[in-house]
Design a protein around this ligand. Structure first.
Ligand code: ATP
Ligand code: MG
Length: 236
């Protein structure tokens, strides 16, 4: 059985039980540096766990032994600071391919809510728009590495690029390679994410990242609540 029919079969099996069983739900957090992805993902994970949902949190690049090695190459390894855009694209893709097969698909099949810190949309925006690589190649590559599994819901946290970088750079560590690009790169990235939200409004929700932690969390929750109910995760 291929992955798509396995997914369909799993959904059918769950529906035949009396009570609506919990079905996997895949949520990604996107946006430029320092917009609040990790903070909001963790807040949401705590909220869902308190409400009784089984949650898996993962991040990109990384999340597996292979992915963590790739993360180091992409972000922190000094020797790779001048990596080509093409090599960068393929390294992100390799990390994703492993994460999808080793962690994300198995967790979804067990009915978990998976929260992922960056995913395929980051590649579309950073490498497709920021680096100017072939966008149709990136679409095909993303389909290949994700086995065609799109997120059910994607939050793009929107914040002016400079404000996000200021937030990211007040963290205690040195900026990594992806945080050390020219200003116009981050402006293009922000525009790219906003355009993505306009082009896929059902899946991709633009959330104002400039509010307080609580305001941003509430905005996210408002989008999510009605969708979770349909999946058997009763959030109240
Ligand atoms: N709404 C907010 N208001 C003020 N500060 C915030 C807000 N959200 C996050 N921060 C702070 O901004 C910094 C960056 O947040 P966070 O690490 O969540 O962003 P990120 O999008 O995951 O960044 P990166 O792209 O570097 O992974 C952190 O110090 C965090 O505490
Ligand atoms: Mg983060």
């Amino acid at each position: 059985m291929d992955a798509a029919s396995a997914w369909h079969f799993c959904g059918m099996a769950l529906k035949t039980r009396g009570k609506v069983a919990r079905r996997g739900f895949f949520i990604t957090f996107e946006g430029s540096e320092g917009c609040g992805k990790t903070t909001q993902l963790q807040r949401l994970a705590r909220r869902l766990t308190r409400a009784g949902s089984a949650v898996l949190t993962v991040r990109e690049p990384g999340g597996t032994a292979l992915g963590d090695r790739i993360r180091h190459l992409l972000k922190f390894s000094r020797a790779n600071h001048r990596m080509s855009a093409e090599a960068e694209l393929l390294l992100f893709a390799a990390s994703r391919a492993q994460l999808v097969r080793e962690k994300i698909l198995p967790a979804l099949a067990r009915g978990r809510i998976v929260l992922c810190d960056r995913f395929a949309d980051s590649t579309r925006v950073y490498q497709g728009i920021g680096r100017g690589l072939d966008r149709s190649l990136i679409r095909r590559l993303n389909r290949f590495v994700t086995d065609g599994r799109q997120p059910d819901l994607t939050f793009v946290l929107d914040l002016p690029a400079r404000r996000g970088l200021r937030r990211a750079r007040t963290k205690t560590r040195r900026p990594d390679r992806m945080e050390s690009q020219r200003a116009s790169f981050y402006e293009a990235v922000r525009r790219g994410f906003r355009a993505l939200a306009r082009s896929e409004p059902r899946r991709v929700r633009l959330v104002d990242g400039s509010g307080t932690l609580h305001q941003v969390s509430q905005a996210i929750w408002k989008h999510l609540q009605p969708l979770l109910r349909g999946k058997g995760h009763d959030p109240d």
